[in-house]
Design a binder for this molecule. Sequence first.
Ligand code: AMP
Length: 436
Amino acid sequence: MTKSSQIKKKVPPPKLLRGMKDILPDEQLYWNVIRDQVRSFANDYGFGRIDTPTLEPESLFKRGVGDMTDIVQKEMYSFVDQGGEHIAARPEATASIVRAYIEHGMVSLPQPVKLYYIGSMFRHERPQFGRFRQFYQFGFESLGVDQPVVDAELILLGHRLCRDLQLDVRVQLNSIGDPKSRGVYLEALKSYLKDYKKTLCESCLKRLAKNPLRVLDCKEASCQKVLEGAPQTFDYLADDAKQHFVMLMEHLDELEIAYELNPRLVRGLDYYNRTVFEYWYDDEQFGGNLALGGGGRYDYLSSILGGRPTPAVGLAMGIERLVLLLKEKNTYPFMQYRPDVFIAQLGDQARKKALRLFDDLRTAGIKVRQTFTRDGLGGQLGIADKLGAKFVLILGQKEILDQTVLVRDMENGSQEVVPYEKIVKDIQKLIHKKDA
Ligand code: AMP
């Protein structure tokens, strides 16, 4: 079809793919708060940034996340590229990070190797509240050490990060033991579930045959009821795994982090062993517990991918859900973005001066905002107020003639006239006085 015939036929404009979203400037403020928070926590806890590609060999996730998981079986965006390679858009980042750890010989660095990431993930899930097909996660991974203090450090980090965003989360905790001792548990679980084949949902019947552990986190009411009496993983832990779990709980007690032991928590990826945890937030709009993030140990992932055995533990959180909650709660954790000064101008002459003043203030390190294209004073003061500006500098006809600036304190409404050539120094002093 030629371009002109397309125009005639009124082809509808292209739309977003289902489950995808644009993040517009108004929302970016929330994203920035979260990204800044992540970077600052990474700094404090000593994690180095890693960026891995969006596209990876499909086999990485088949081997790493597990061929039988929903993520790999049903949700992965995979394709064969022009060179005939089987490729997947990453559904999660841990497998990529372990690949990078092996590929770059990080095993020879001092352990633990502590890495963090922020990036988008892709899962072809049914879109719903807080669930997208492209979504962003940040995560922290600590590789090379099996001590429970590392698990505790990560659980602490995620908890504090939510707390600093004013989100009160409930830590869910479980230990699913090690593969070598899991056989006994799985036998007990299978033999319990066999009696309920008529009650279990269709997916769980399949899981029962192929991946019985996953039955534990089925959300269907009928399966939930059956699971109430199911055997629990921590009753089947081998001694060393039990001891690890007890020590982790002691660390959390010392930190006074409340946790709920949740025997059903198994998480949707095959690589986990021992510790698994999630952060839940009671959300009315969601109608229950919204999982903001989670993680666990994956001591066997490196060997599964062909590397040296490397104990490791990680945590991932979804940014969209955090943004949803920050918006829903209407909290204002943006004080660090609050401008010191807003410049309001009236008329062409003033606009010229205002652009210059903006540049002078910014160069002097003052946080300054403006809207050079707006006219009325009322509208500009409204914007300054919304941004939380401490002072508004008003430049009108009179100020241009007198070579002055009118400084308005937005907290108490007082105003003073300052000679233009003194404005940068004077406003610095005023800000300093207010912040003191
Ligand atoms: P997971 O990688 O499944 O353990 O997920 C960790 C966190 O990522 C979840 O708790 C969510 O906050 C977020 N997340 C997972 N899947 C999605 C999705 N489809 N859309 C939005 N956020 C997601």
